[in-house]
Design a protein around this ligand. Structure first.
Ligand SMILES: [Ca+2]
Ligand SMILES: [Ca+2]
Length: 508
């Protein structure tokens, strides 16, 4: 067995040991024997471990091209073994790309009691299948302008797929989604649990894991037990490239299912032993490889990325604390917004009270006067404004500081990564500098938090304006004028900034 397949096995076994259930009662287990993924998807001899492919399909290290963009091509890949669990989830990452505005024919995922042909009539696989086909149909045969379409078709082995109607009368359920020519690979997650079939689709406009959308959910679906997993694709007169980047299978076990939820001690021991053996083998092979290819040692050492050194761990911890600081900053930002909102409220209240006192209207019974009737002085206003400005400055300083740290961390990480690949440790000077910076940010944050929570000194209190005579220092008109002048200035600045940005964009 080559070192690449050992890599895959090692990773998969560790995945089994590491993956724990995130959902309440569903226990999940990654099934490496029913999965393939890059890198080293195919080995040097072109074979894909645990899978067989045929027809026009070609496997490389990075993907399986089920059908290339040539006329009338068909290809498929099938798991060598039938599955040995009842409920599962399959995540497929694929790309259907072509230069035409429309393409053909499409791609299909299969879960069937028998493996299909490699050059069959239904998207590259056999007709009259027994089980489930999830079909990504690119070409609109019935000309109803409803393709590309994703649909599930269940067959008991007796029916022929009706291409003329795009399977419209046979499908269990489906959804209209365009999966061709997306900036990132599209993805589908097919879940079969407790006789409920759910298909989610990721439109490939982002790489965000959270962007799966529900395509459909169907209940009371009964599929044959112990089926084979497969993928196939076909082209016609029009032709797209049909590439599958990964197929990841996870078995799902309910808490009640005996043996499903937890690996027994024996099994765990066996797996650990297997893991140790593979690790030894891998080390041995790495050593041999180093002896044979001294020049390529550096590239080979990338496998060490699976394990973290002390320096890497420290960097990871710094990243985590940076993330934490970001959260705190966001909270602070919210609080500052709240404070500003409250200040605006107080200001409007003050204006109302002041205008009332000016007109000499008596306060109506039941009307609440929350603030004493006093005018806002110029001095109070200045203090208020300077406090505000101080807060804004502090927040922007904080932002610049955080960015600086992020930049330094990036630099340190890349320096550390480079050094790590060379076998050396991360520069401790970088780390201590980073730590100091993080501590400084923490202190600054604490200072800001104190300032935000502390009562604004003198502002709006009127105490500092004690020297002011009982006659108002500033009339409502003047106050409103100052406020509107301030607003106008802000507006002008925003416009100016926007113009500058637009100019800058033009330049780049
Ligand atoms: Ca079609
Ligand atoms: Ca159609």
């Amino acid at each position: 067995m080559s070192s690449f397949s050992i890599n895959l096995l090692l990773c998969s076994i560790s995945c089994i040991l590491v993956i724990t259930s995130t959902q309440q009662i569903v226990h999940r287990r990654f099934e490496y024997k029913y999965s393939f993924k890059p890198p080293y998807l195919a080995q040097k001899d072109g074979s894909v471990p645990f899978w067989e492919y045929g027809g026009n399909a070609i496997a490389s290290g990075e993907s399986v091209r089920l059908a290339p963009s040539l006329r009338s091509q068909k290809g498929a890949i099938w798991s060598k073994q039938p599955i040995n669990f009842d409920w599962w989830e399959v995540d497929i990452m694929f790309k259907v790309t072509g230069r035409g505005r429309i393409g053909a024919d499409g791609l299909a995922f299969w879960y069937t009691s028998q493996r299909g042909e490699y050059t069959g009539d239904v998207f590259g696989s056999s007709d009259r299948w027994n089980g489930l086909g999830v079909i990504f149909d690119s070409f609109d045969n019935d000309n109803k302008h409803n393709n590309p379409y994703i649909m599930a078709v269940i067959n008991d082995g007796t029916k022929n797929f009706d291409h003329k109607s795009d399977g419209a009368t046979q499908l269990l359920s489906g959804c209209l989604r365009d999966f061709r020519n997306k900036p990132f690979p599209t993805r589908a997650r097919i879940e079969y649990y407790m006789n409920t079939l759910t298909v989610y689709f990721h439109n490939g406009l982002t790489t965000n894991e959270a962007d799966y959308e529900l395509c459909f959910r169907a209940e009371n679906v009964v599929l044959p037990r112990g089926g084979f997993l497969g993928l196939s694709a076909a082209t016609g007169g029009l032709a797209d490239d049909h590439d599958v980047i990964h197929l990841l299978t996870t078995s799902l076990h309910s808490a009640q299912q005996p043996g499903g939820q937890q690996i027994s001690n024996d099994e765990q021991q066996k797996l650990s032993q297997e893991y140790q053996e593979y690790q030894k083998k891998l080390e041995q092979q790495k050593e041999d490889y180093r002896k044979e290819h001294p020049d390529e040692v550096r590239e080979k050492d990338e496998m060490d990325d699976w394990f973290e050194s002390d320096g890497q761990r420290e960097l990871r911890q710094i990243f985590q604390s940076l993330g934490h600081i970001q959260d705190v900053t966001r909270d602070l930002h919210k609080k500052v917004d709240e404070v500003i909102g409250k200040q605006m409220n107080s200001l409007s209240m003050l204006t109302a009270v002041y205008s009332q006192s000016q007109t000499g209207q008596p306060v109506q019974p039941g009307q609440q006067v929350q603030m004493p009737a006093f005018p806002i002085t110029r001095h109070d206003w200045d203090v208020f404004m300077s406090n505000n400005q101080m807060m804004i400055n502090t927040v922007s300083e904080l932002k610049a500081f955080t960015l600086e740290i992020a930049r330094k961390t990036d630099a340190a990480l890349s320096a550390g990564g480079g050094a790590g690949a060379g076998g050396a440790a991360v520069n401790p000077q970088f780390l201590s500098e980073l730590r100091d910076n993080v501590n400084q940010v923490k202190q600054t944050l604490a200072g800001v938090a104190q300032r935000v929570s502390a009562p604004a000194p003198a502002a709006l209190g009127g105490g500092a304006g004690g020297a002011c005579p009982s006659v108002s220092c500033v009339s409502t008109g003047v106050l409103l004028m100052v406020v509107s002048a301030q607003l106008a200035l802000m507006l002008l600045y925003a416009l100016y900034k926007e113009k500058k940005e637009a100019q800058a964009k033009k330049f780049f």
